[in-house]
Design a protein around this ligand. Sequence first.
Ligand SMILES: Nc1ncnc2c1ncn2[C@@H]1O[C@H](COP(=O)(O)OP(=O)(O)OP(=O)(O)O)[C@@H](O)[C@H]1O
Ligand SMILES: [Mg+2]
Length: 319
Amino acid sequence: MATGTSAGEAGHDTPTGREAVGPAPQATVPAAVAPGRPEAAAARNAAARNGAADAAPSAAPLLAVRDLTVSYPGRLGRRQVAVRGVSFEIAAGETFGLVGESGSGKSTISRVLLGLRRADSGSVLLDGEDVTHASRRARRRLAPQVQMVFQDPYGSLNPDRRIGDTVGAGLLFHTELTRAQRRARVAELLAEVGLDPALAAAYPEELSGGMRQRVGIARALALEPRLLVADEPVSALDVSVQAQVLNLLTELQRSRGLAMLFISHDLTVVRHMSSRIAVLRAGEIVEAGDRDQIMERPESDYTRALLAAGLSARRPAAA
Ligand SMILES: Nc1ncnc2c1ncn2[C@@H]1O[C@H](COP(=O)(O)OP(=O)(O)OP(=O)(O)O)[C@@H](O)[C@H]1O
Ligand SMILES: [Mg+2]
């Protein structure tokens, strides 16, 4: 039974620093692969797959991204390739970290996973089913299984919509629940993310950034997804609130057995959340492997630079 306490910015949650974010569950660890030359790409992609060759055979991964290439229309009719030949797998219940500097293609990958953007080539398989080329009907069936937690807790909530309606919108579209059942479910979801269920009647402007992000998480959980895509879920929050939201994500991931693609420019945050990590640079995976290997024995100069640069790869925001 959840407590239903209101999660204020300071003090109501477990008082933690970032160090208190628990270790991610261990997953099958692929062998390290030498980075650097283009011909190593296939091998690096192999390292991003879950399961080394000598590991015991496991069930098909929950998510398999295969040789994904995505481009945007560019100047003079030339397309700009944002993601090139990216492959990785995420097992059920695993948190996989994707780290890279601004513009490296992280959000482009998440948009494809959410079905918001088409890939030029390659595929995304959910439980072995190709989402990239699925029919509209199949996509509608698969869509609830992958849900998103957005970066901006201010921009991602409709300011004119009550919190309860935001959290319950997916239930309205994808389930047959009655109004009363939806209201009860929304109350449960709010409690599960540490918010007072009475906040269902509130509007976003009445909530702090941390509380709004909890609403975003409750919305993402409403349809019982199997994979949560968290794209920079705390980078817009005060440092004091970041650890609380990360802890919540970790708790939910464990209690629900959720798989998570955790995206950040910040290797220190990714490290705390993920069992395996892929490092993305200019749309390509330069290195992938077990969290400890990436953090303690990085093979790529780029990963080393990420670590050295104050453990943060974010370029300063434009003025
Ligand atoms: N809608 C778009 N139209 C054209 N180019 C785009 C579009 N969205 C992204 N890009 C380009 O694609 C590349 C990857 O962008 P993306 O947003 O995926 O990066 P990111 O790693 O998420 O960066 P950030 O850390 O700043 O969020 C960048 O060069 C970006 O300019
Ligand atoms: Mg992004």
